[in-house]
Write a protein that binds this ligand. Structure first.
Ligand code: C5P
Ligand code: C5P
Ligand code: ZN
Length: 490
């Protein structure tokens, strides 16, 4: 363990580690702490790390969840009083608005310019923290889209506070997988990889090369194939009867007693047989090698969890957390992360069921409304059909779905139900690794254009969001199309 911690610390830039140490010192000095976090899986995982660190330090604290850090959220946090605010998985995008706060930020969103300046100031004023101290990979030339999550940045503060917090590494892995940081190479990379080594060394996580489809622990085998999307299996995806026939033709038993068998219940021979058959299926249909390669990748298992439950497979756990946070019950996800396997987990299951239903309905609605292709972007407007908290997930699903046009980022609108002086609309955008490699930066585009309209926006090059006045949608689309075009040509 000690060795794995030293390896992690020596592999990250000195400046990033110094920031983590400064943040840990500030937390330690605080009489009370409010943890302000984002509502998604990474945000919940990040907050659970902060919560456990504070508990171990004996510091009284409270966790609050935010969809975004806008002026209203900042004002509400300011009214909390004199304690320290620990921003996790958010904060960097609005750091310039946080001067005057007694705060630390452990985040991986692209920092705003004010935030970057604030860092220099914070370093000069380490003793009084009149500017928030930030732990953010972007400030040290490291990608916050692929190499470190919000939970990962928070974990760095945790081990800077006390090496024994290294046992929380699995929660950082959970956050990174929740933010799809393993998508690019089909495994965790960068600082995430060193954190993974710690999680493995601590005995909580196993990493194994396996099938990448969702639902290895809990979906009946044929359902896992039926819902397969990356890669899409021609003739099999979406076709229940074909999934069953395909498995039977390989001599795979579908049931064990009365229960449907899941991928996790198969022997390694059975798994290998299915993977080989799926590879052959794709190659006979002339799919590119890189598509076929996406069948398998590194999968992460939480070995101490009950087999057959969604908290055993890291991807499924992350979806459970999204189900909680994106439906206003981040607190339930938090309880599950810190160890509740009783009432909170049961409530989580119910939220997961609702989340699946909401996603299915939302996907249908977006498809019915239709996607409009502009020159450099494509979009759909869900109006009040889809909740603003899941419209981004739907945009990502549509971009990754079968027959999708992956040559332009997907942009989605949903009416915002947040109280506001004028009607506002939530915008979500999702891109592909190929578009990012060509220069697309959705975070920059969202922040710049929303900012010009009196809205707020930001995120990552590959996935970003904003909230803007509803009556400026068309103008927004025009500006975004133009900006993405110029990013792709530079
Ligand atoms: O706020 P936060 O950083 O936690 O959210 C990142 C978002 O970006 C997640 O919703 C995640 O699903 C999305 N993402 C994506 N594709 C990627 C990486 C991240 O859609 N390759
Ligand atoms: O909300 P959505 O899932 O589309 O967000 C995608 C990414 O953009 C997330 O990382 C989120 O934190 C970020 N975002 C942001 N500011 C906003 C909206 C979203 O930084 N106003
Ligand atoms: Zn995140």
């Amino acid at each position: 363990m000690k060795e794995a911690v030293s390896k992690l610390v020596s592999s990250i830039p000195d400046g990033l580690w110094r920031d983590a140490e400064a943040a840990a010192a500030a937390v330690r000095r605080a009489p009370t702490v409010v943890v302000a976090t984002h509502i998604d899986a990474d945000g919940i995982a990040a907050a659970s790390i902060a919560k456990l660190v504070l508990e171990r330090m004996g510091i009284s604290h409270d966790v609050q969840f935010f969809k975004k850090l806008d002026d209203a959220a900042i004002a509400s946090l300011k009214s909390e009083g004199s304690g320290l605010v620990w921003f996790t998985d958010l904060g960097s995008g609005s750091a310039s608005k946080l001067e005057g706060f007694t705060a630390v930020i452990s985040d991986h969103h692209v920092p705003d310019a004010g935030g970057r300046n604030a860092r220099t100031k914070a370093q000069a004023l380490l003793s009084d923290f009149s500017a928030p101290c930030q732990v953010n990979p972007h400030m040290h030339g490291i990608s916050g889209a692929s190499d470190l999550s919000g939970a990962g940045a928070t974990f760095l503060v945790a081990i800077a506070a006390d090496e024994r917090n290294a046992d929380l590494a699995a929660l950082a892995v959970l956050g990174s997988v929740g933010d799809l940081q393993d998508q690019k190479t089909r495994r965790l990379e960068g600082i995430n990889r060193d954190i993974l080594s710690l999680a493995v060394a601590s005995g909580f996580v196993e990493a194994e090369e396996d099938i990448r489809y969702f639902g290895r622990e809990t979906r009946p085998l044929f359902k896992m194939l039926q819902y397969s999307s990356d890669p899409f299996l021609p003739g099999i995806t979406g076709n229940e009867q074909e999934c069953i026939s395909f498995l039977l033709s390989l001599g795979i038993e579908l049931k064990e007693g009365d229960a449907w068998r899941t991928w996790a219940m198969l022997s390694s021979d059975e798994k290998a047989k299915i993977i080989t058959a799926l590879r052959d299926h794709l190659s006979m249909r002339r799919r590119k090698q890189e598509t076929i390669d996406r069948l398998t990748g590194e999968a992460y298992v939480l070995t101490r969890e009950e087999p057959g439950t969604p908290v055993r497979d890291v991807k499924e756990f992350a979806t459970l957390l999204n189900a909680c946070g994106r439906h206003r019950r981040g607190d339930v996800g938090l309880s599950i992360c810190v160890g509740d396997r009783g009432p909170a987990l049961s409530e989580g299951y119910a939220l997961l069921k609702d989340h699946r239903y909401a996603l299915r309905k939302a996907l249908e609605s977006a498809k019915n409304r239709g996607i409009t292709r502009m020159k450099h972007i494509q979009f759909f407007d869900a109006e009040d059909d889809i909740e603003e908290t899941i419209v981004g997930t739907i945009a990502g699903m549509l971009l990754g779905g079968s027959g999708s046009d992956r040559t332009a980022p997907m942009v989605a609108f949903a009416d915002s139900m947040e109280p506001s002086d004028v009607p506002m609309v939530k915008v979500s955008s999702r891109g592909t690794q190929e578009l990012v490699a060509r220069g697309m930066d959705l975070s920059e585009a969202m922040r710049t254009i929303a900012g010009r309209m009196g809205g707020v926006g930001g995120g990552h090059n590959i996935a970003a969001g904003a909230t803007i006045p509803s009556d400026r949608k068309d103008e927004f689309l025009g500006l975004l199309d133009e900006m993405v075009g110029s990013q792709l040509s530079r």
